[in-house]
Ligand binder design. Structure first.
Ligand code: C5P
Length: 231
């Protein structure tokens, strides 16, 4: 897959999601479905968005014992999503089990990427709560290398980390980066942001963009602007 813009469909219901997607008549954007929408609507929302012809990143961030993750990934694989994810903190055996579960009998599978440390975790909480005493930037890179060792396809990371991840894990190792804002747009609660053009420059493979598109007056125009700057 080449570079693409993934729209974070952070809506609370299927009705809101389809009212949004119906605005796109000429293109079928890649969409991200997160926990809120999935827990509200269940697998049927995934099947319906797939049926409409969109690619899907199912952002459920699995983290459990290897056997449970393996079986759950086998279920997600049957939903025919394009990308799914898990927490690298679940260890290499958990990531390997996930890949096994995800692989269909014919050998195909969705892409699997790892969350390293959540961007909501800072150095202080990592040390005080998790008792991890290395610098957070090193922890992020170590987890990315673990994901690579386990055979995963890439990581979710800040666009600011994408260059370093590629340096350590290779240029084929995917970097999927949220925290993208237009130069003239609102930042909202995102602190460390980049424009789509900067994310392209630094080598992100996919950008995940939510509110700059979903809350725009003209979401289709905002999406096209992202594609034009990034792809
Ligand atoms: O609206 P906005 O563009 O900030 O949305 C970004 C999306 O990416 C949201 O779905 C958010 O949960 C997700 N995300 C993030 N930072 C991470 C991981 C995921 O913003 N580190």
């Amino acid at each position: 897959m080449g570079k693409d813009v993934i729209i974070a469909c952070d809506f609370a219901s299927a009705a809101q999601t389809f009212a949004f997607l119906d605005k796109f008549t000429d293109e079928k954007p890649f969409v991200k479905i997160g926990m809120e929408l999935f827990y509200a609507e269940g697998p049927s929302i995934v099947r319906e968005i797939k049926r409409r012809g969109h690619k899907i990143f199912l952002d459920l961030k699995l983290h459990d014992i290897p056997n449970t993750v393996k079986k759950s990934m086998a279920v997600l694989s049957k939903l025919d999503v394009d990308i799914c994810n898990l927490h690298a903190g679940g260890t290499i055996p958990m990531m390997e089990a996930a890949l096994e579960g995800l692989t269909r009998p014919d050998g195909t599978r969705p892409l699997l990427i790892a969350v390293t440390q959540l961007t909501s975790t800072d150095q202080q909480h990592m040390e005080d709560d998790l008792w991890i005493h290395a610098p957070i930037a090193d922890v992020v890179m170590h987890y990315a290398e673990n994901a690579k060792k386990a055979g995963l396809d890439g990581v979710v990371c800040s666009p600011l980390e994408a260059g370093k991840v590629h340096e350590l894990c290779g240029s084929d190792f995917l970097t999927v980066t949220p925290g993208v804002r237009f130069a003239d747009g609102e930042r909202g609660d995102q602190k460390r942001v980049m424009t789509p053009a900067q994310a392209k420059e630094i080598g992100s493979d996919y950008i995940v963009v939510g509110r700059p598109i979903t809350a725009a007056e003209d979401p289709v125009a905002a999406y096209r602007r992202c594609v034009k700057e990034f792809c």
